[in-house]
Design a protein around this ligand. Structure first.
Ligand SMILES: Cc1ncc(COP(=O)(O)OP(=O)(O)O)c(N)n1
Ligand SMILES: Cc1nc(C(=O)O)sc1CCOP(=O)(O)O
Ligand SMILES: [Mg+2]
Length: 235
């Protein structure tokens, strides 16, 4: 694909034909990201969090340890997700996602090509791609077969030292033009999520606002359920 800048954006005809027909979009859902490091006790926290409100996906994002160590921690977490119909996504590693039979893999710009991921993982596995604040990267990811694109950071994050900041208008543009789901990430809390939901985010991806909620992870998930109109009393 020609490397257009965002200022001189062009959409290839194939891509536009594939994704350029906006239709029904389900309501925004919560995509939970693990803390950057965990121990075996984390399984109980995860179960409590997932039982406190609707969670569409859980991403195992452990930094600074190798795939063998991640695999050892993953097994009970993957089971907890499967029992609750929550997609289990592996961050960074196509090989680990394949080894674990994960429901998906999330790839940053330096983590591998979505086409390789598709070839290795098959048609049913969800492939997500970090696109920072770039419409160009997002269209490239769509052309490469991604199942979702992730934009961010929308707010300063204590979990990751974000170098790119995205504006909610990007979500509005994306969802107007493309059907491919988009994820908003970065510093999102129950208190600041509303503009992202209103702008059209299909998912909000959240780590610290849940795991470091003062009343515990279950309270963190319940707070997002309220914002997303899913709380048991708001139905
Ligand atoms: C849903 C989602 N969006 C973005 C990221 C960030 O991925 P990446 O840029 O590869 O950075 P690391 O998470 O690997 O530090 C993500 N993990 N998930
Ligand atoms: C993993 C990640 N990626 C980001 C990006 O901007 O691509 S921001 C981020 C951290 C998300 O955690 P929290 O909800 O605690 O800010
Ligand atoms: Mg990565």
């Amino acid at each position: 694909m020609t490397d257009f800048t965002d200022d001189e954006l062009k959409i290839s005809p194939d891509f536009a034909a594939q994704f350029g027909q906006p239709g029904f979009r389900p309501a925004c859902q919560l995509y939970l990201i693990s803390p950057p490091s965990i121990d075996v006790r984390f399984a109980d926290s995860l179960a409590a969090a997932l039982d406190a409100g609707k969670v569409a996906a859980f991403q195992l994002r452990l930094k600074g340890i190798d795939d063998h160590a991640i695999a050892a921690l993953a097994e009970p977490l993957q089971r907890i997700c499967a029992e609750r119909d929550v997609a289990f996504i592996i961050n960074d590693s196509i090989g680990l996602a394949k080894r674990l039979g994960a429901d998906g893999v999330h790839l940053g710009q330096g983590d591998g090509d979505p086409r390789d991921a598709r070839a290795q993982l098959g048609p049913k596995v969800q492939i997500g791609v970090t696109c920072h604040d770039s419409r160009h990267l997002a269209m490239e990811a769509g052309e490469a077969g991604a199942d979702y694109v992730a934009f961010g950071a929308f707010y300063p994050s204590t979990t990751k030292d974000a170098r790119h900041f995205a504006d909610p208008a990007l979500l509005g543009w994306w969802t107007t033009v493309f059907e491919l789901p988009c994820v908003a990430i970065g510093g999102i809390t129950a208190e600041n999520a509303a503009p992202l939901v209103a702008a059209g985010a299909d998912f909000i991806a959240v780590s610290s606002a849940v795991w470091q909620h003062p009343d515990g992870p279950a309270a963190g998930v319940a707070a997002f359920a309220e914002v997303l109109g899913q709380s048991r009393t708001s139905a």
